[in-house]
Design a protein around this ligand. Structure first.
Ligand code: SAM
Length: 337
């Protein structure tokens, strides 16, 4: 059902938006491919590569490697030239002995470092969307709005190497910035960005019955749902992301006419901080986790025995900075007529 490649539509849109396929094949890539065009993760850092500088899970930055450039942070000055030729994942040192890791860009990391021109979808919602929309290699997916391209980047990897994402935003600057980002991350041969008011005009007619999936992140998605129904193949999947439940209710109403299996989810992710701590004694709990409640020191002959029990333990607790509500994901499947 999903393995459709539409050269005619693809070429027309490619020309219209001057997307350069050649450029992406030579540019720093999220989708590593070797000379045989197989996905490959064995790669070393080259001049011109986009890399992620990783200090901590919440301190990361994307930069382009340049032979003569430096990267500076609180740990000192890092020369890009020291990184070239090293494998991705390497620990690299500054002039002061500080270190960072140089990671390969992935859609997961990109989502954490991209410049926010809009609200974006994060990993918990993105992963659920891709799974529940059944997006696999070869799929043709329509999306609106593009926003900051956070979801689009993951969709692109999911449909690679022969599928395609056609994404639309009515905001010209956002569309142009998203195009630049897709070139930077090397997914631009998989994504075409169009400027269009999808709520007002719907998706372009040439996509009629061609799409495996449609994704909407729009303020009034119900206005785009009739058009989405015309674009989808029978049995194709739709998802609409909305922050408010009132938007969900109106969307569900609009889905009644042509869709079945309508379901809404809220994805709540609980993040844990796992730390090594020094404890005076360790008690093993039924669930196997270790916790070290402070124990009163005994001033007896047993003191030495107790001190021997002091040591390191691993403690896990829910993170205070965990994200709460992001939005509701409403899924539906086009009825076969
Ligand atoms: C919240 S952002 C999408 C974020 C995106 N899902 C991401 O993960 O980066 C919503 C986008 O929809 C666009 N938009 C709003 N109304 C639109 C319309 N009628 N047609 C096309 N795009 C529209 C906005 O310009 C904005 O960029």
């Amino acid at each position: 059902m999903h393995m459709v490649f539409l050269p005619s539509i693809k070429m027309r849109w490619k020309n219209l938006f001057s997307i350069s396929m050649e450029l992406s094949q030579n540019s720093p890539q999220m989708l590593f491919s070797d000379s045989l065009k197989k996905l490959s993760f064995i790669r070393s850092i080259k001049c011109g590569d986009l890399v992620i500088i990783y200090e901590r899970h919440d301190v990361m930055k994307a930069i382009k490697v340049n032979e003569g450039s430096i990267f500076q942070n609180r740990f000192g000055v890092f020369k890009h030239s020291d990184w070239i030729g090293k494998p991705f994942g390497s620990k690299v040192y500054s002039n002061k002995g500080g270190f960072v890791y140089i990671l390969a860009p992935t859609p997961e990391l990109w989502t954490l470092v991209l410049s926010h021109r809009t609200q974006i979808l994060y990993i918990a919602d993105i992963s659920f969307v891709i799974m529940y929309l059944e997006v696999v290699p070869g799929c043709l997916v329509l999306e609106s709005g593009t926003g900051s391209g956070s979801l689009t980047t993951s969709l692109a990897r999911a449909v690679a190497p022969h599928g395609h994402i056609y994404t639309f935003d009515f905001h010209e600057y956002r569309a142009a910035s998203a195009r630049e980002d897709f070139e930077k991350t090397g997914v631009n041969n998989l994504v075409t960005v169009g400027v269009r008011d999808i709520q007002g005009e719907g998706f372009p007619e040439e996509f009629g019955r061609q799409a495996d999936s449609v994704f909407l992140d729009l303020p009034q998605p119900w206005l785009a749902i009739p058009s989405a129904a015309k674009m989808l193949k029978f049995d194709g999947t739709l998802c609409s992301f909305s922050p408010c439940i009132e938007q969900v209710e109106r969307s569900c109403e609009a889905l009644q006419a042509n869709f079945t299996d309508v379901r809404t989810f809220e994805i709540l992710l609980r993040t844990y901080e796992v730390r090594e701590v020094t404890v005076e004694s360790c008690q093993e709990h039924d669930n196997g986790s270790l916790m070290g409640p402070p124990k009163k020191r005994k001033h007896t002959n047993e003191q030495n025995k107790d001190e021997k029990l002091m040591g390191q333990a691993v403690m896990a607790r829910p993170s205070a900075e965990a994200r709460g509500h992001t939005g509701y994901l409403t899924f539906a499947r086009l009825k076969c007529v």
